[in-house]
Write a protein that binds this ligand. Structure first.
Ligand code: URA
Length: 475
């Protein structure tokens, strides 16, 4: 990553793209035709690493002017507007320029703008940069980059309202909000993680459940977290690592012979549904839903979870009856309510076109999996299904992934797994497979760990089609 004297190295094709010479494919063409020289020598390899700052590059005899971008983490205080200019109000840029000139002995970088908006009365994390491409990527409505807010409310939230916020709430737009995640803090404030950026979204979501936002602070945007010791009005440059982490980490399908999917939270947007079923089921026995239940049952097979419920809640019914009751409740939801996650079918079609085999490794039951296949027309893509109850040990043990690979007759090293939970990611990794973590509202709390454990991370499957040049940005 770094050159002889610690200088950062960068791929030649990226260097040329960043310098505005053209798209990745245009610059690759120029390089391959021998039109690019590095330190006086023709270089025909787009992946050649060069010194970012000191390399002398010319293209068709013209010196390439390369300026690196600036990335600032800014703790926006209340009372300023998220704009570069405003006739009446102080803007984020006015504020930052003043702060910069007090602290730095170099000129204020050109072209800075806030990547995204916070209301005037909202404080917290704002990325300020002059990297238009990265900002576009982060703000694309299709990409669903997560934003987490600390919200002080007028009154406490009830469990029902939390579930409504988490499952999607009607805020008067064409569509309800996407699934979200709520964590209640000890003092009654909440952390609300959302994957969209609609106008006044947090305030409108809380208003929709009869509450009111008294104070709003943004803590997170994608992989970027506001430093805990930062004060309103302070800024700092992002580290190399932080900038890298903001960029897509999308898998390549090269040398992949089989793709194996987890189902709930990966192929279908169903994680909220299980929480609802858990609650509806426990209500039958007048038992309130414990806050920690999901963490307690994560990754367990269907059977293991039923055994756990029986013991944990003292339910007299046999395990088989518990499972039958759940299946019945889930059946209806899977038939009528649970949607496929964005881009899944197009991705399966891509795999089919490329001759990549596909299998399912789920902790859910075979009957439910077959319902999902039928309702969403996936049968033509999936050649093998294995469920948790058909193997010795559930995830994080590798058994289920190995069983699917064996049945597809593909070497585990040539399999790519898609998973939304840490236990599943661990299962795929210990099976010796490449693993791509899939973002899901339900597991946003363990996102950092998911990114660390997995080889790749996607917010949605369309990103892979985009990477393969099969879907053009429409936003
Ligand atoms: N949602 C809001 O309502 N306001 C903000 O500033 C950000 C998200």
């Amino acid at each position: 990553m770094f050159g002889k004297e610690g200088e950062k190295m960068i791929r030649l094709d990226k260097y040329l793209c960043d310098a505005g010479i053209g798209t990745r494919s245009t610059v690759k063409g120029l390089i391959k035709k021998g039109q690019v020289r590095v330190n006086g020598e023709i270089c025909k390899s787009p992946e050649q690493k060069i010194e970012e700052v000191t390399a002398e590059v010319d293209c068709n005899g013209q010196k390439v002017v390369y300026e690196t971008n600036t990335y600032l983490m800014f703790y926006k205080p209340q009372g300023i507007v998220s704009a570069t200019e405003d006739k009446k109000e102080e803007t984020v840029l006015d504020f930052l320029k003043k702060a910069w000139e007090e602290k730095e002995d170099m000129p204020f970088p050109k072209g800075l703008f806030p990547a995204g908006r916070l209301d005037k009365d909202t404080e917290g994390l704002l990325l300020v940069t002059n990297d238009g491409a990265l900002s576009h990527e982060l703000l694309s409505p299709r990409k669903h980059v997560v934003k987490t807010y600390e919200v002080t409310l007028k009154k406490p939230l009830h469990a029902d309202e939390i579930l409504t916020l988490e499952c999607g709430v009607d805020i008067g737009d064409e569509k309800p909000t996407m699934p979200a995640r709520v964590n209640v803090l000890q003092d009654g404030r909440i952390h609300l993680a959302i994957m969209e950026g609609r106008y006044h979204q947090v305030k409108r979501m809380l208003a929709a459940v009869g509450n009111r936002v008294m104070h709003l602070k943004r803590l997170r945007m994608g992989t970027l977290y506001l430093d805990e010791d930062m004060q309103p009005g302070q800024y700092r440059r992002l580290s190399e690592q932080e900038v890298l982490s903001l960029r897509d980490k999308v898998p390549s399908l090269e040398s992949i012979e089989a793709v194996i999917f987890d189902v709930d939270g990966t192929v279908v947007d169903s994680m909220w549904m299980w929480k609802r079923i858990d609650r509806e089921y426990l209500t039958r026995f007048s038992i309130p839903l414990p806050d920690t239940l999901q963490a307690e049952i994560e990754g367990g097979s269907f059977y293991e979870t039923a055994v756990y419920f029986r013991e944990r809640f003292g339910i007299a019914d046999p395990v088989e009856k518990i499972m039958a009751d759940w299946n019945e409740m889930a059946w209806e939801k899977y038939e009528k309510e649970v949607p496929l996650k964005a881009g899944v079918r197009d991705f399966m079609q891509l795999c089919k076109n490329r001759g990549i085999k596909m299998g399912i490794a789920t902790s859910n039951s075979r009957e439910l999996m077959e319902t999902i296949e039928r309702v969403h027309g996936l049968t033509e893509y999936i050649s093998c299904i294995r469920t948790g109850s058909e193997v010795q040990k559930g995830k994080p043990a590798p058994d289920i992934y190995l069983a699917v690979a064996a049945s597809l007759q593909v070497d585990p090293a040539k399999c790519l797994v898609f998973e939304d939970l840490t236990a599943g990611i661990m299962a795929g990794k210990s099976a010796g497979m490449k693993v791509c973590a899939v973002q899901d509202a339900y597991s946003l709390d363990s996102d950092r760990e998911k990114r660390k454990l997995a080889d790749y991370y996607i917010e949605e499957f369309g990103q892979i089609l985009e990477r393969e040049g099969l879907r053009q940005g429409q936003d």
